[in-house]
Ligand binder design. Sequence first.
Ligand SMILES: Nc1ncnc2c1ncn2[C@@H]1O[C@H](COP(=O)(O)OP(=O)(O)OP(=O)(O)O)[C@@H](O)[C@H]1O
Length: 331
Amino acid sequence: MTDTPVLSVRNLVVEIPTRHGVLRPVDNVSYDIQAGEILGVVGESGAGKSMTGNAVVGLLDSPARITSGEVLLSGQPIQNLRGEALRRLRGKKMGMIFQDPLTSLNPLLTIGDQLTETIQEHLKVGQTEAQERAIAALEEVGIPAARSRIDSYPHEFSGGMRQRVVIALALCAEPDLVIADEPTTALDVSVQAQIVALLKRLCRDRGVAVMLVTHDMGVIAEAADRVAVMYAGRLAELGPVREVITAAHHPYTAGLMASTPLASQGKERLRQIPGAMPRLGNLPDGCAFHPRCDYAQDSCRANPGPTLDTCDGRAACWFPLNIKEKSEVGA
Ligand SMILES: Nc1ncnc2c1ncn2[C@@H]1O[C@H](COP(=O)(O)OP(=O)(O)OP(=O)(O)O)[C@@H](O)[C@H]1O
């Protein structure tokens, strides 16, 4: 047993040079993911969730690039890997699941061909064994009659079944880390729940570390062990999912919770967070959330933007919520 996290993201900065200046879609983000753990990364559209995931797997679209910080996979820095070295790592050490299963699958190849190709490439096994492993992978993700469906093409499956195939593909080379970016967003609600349950089971059974990127706090509540809440490229809050959900420290997290129809919240009316997230090129001074924050004070506008490091380690907020009891206990 080792305590080295499968993934460590350390002070990661991604920048995009533009004519109007340099944008920072990922600004000093740090977190770890342990084996067998699901870290949910949540936030509104444009918060920098996908950019963080893409930076980890080396799939940033130019001109976006990592300008500082580290990405460690089982303790090894990988942020400077390029080309073949990076390609070998993807698939073998890191699996990817994206929102639209059709973008991950080749429509011209049977799912069996795609699985066996990946398995043979990364696990160095012969054709027959690769085929057996492919069937086992499809069975594991719940494809009925896997042996006879292996010669089917992606379009012959329903959306939910296709996403199961993508999950099989992401896991077939036995990676240590899986990045799942909005894996359920394109699916019907009932199928979403099945895919979330499948991800959870596979994570537990195989001890894979999972980064689950989603805008949906409901999916986070259901699936994640810990949650990283992103806002305008920064971490707003990071903590165990149960604690964050029941006692959010950052007003933004509290706002996300209030606007999420979580089953446990009964029939309370949902409240949207007023306003919109600022554009990266036009961030307000001070805390980026202050224009939308019910609790903002003058110092939130005047002081440099709070970070987890400059605050209590859990929420990047000068006036965190729900910490009264803690300080009373300590008093
Ligand atoms: N080439 C680019 N030029 C300028 N800004 C960009 C470019 N690519 C991405 N961005 C910006 O980077 C920010 C982060 O985008 P990202 O896709 O990571 O957000 P997200 O949280 O995953 O949102 P979504 O859920 O919509 O995918 C966004 O504000 C986006 O507009």
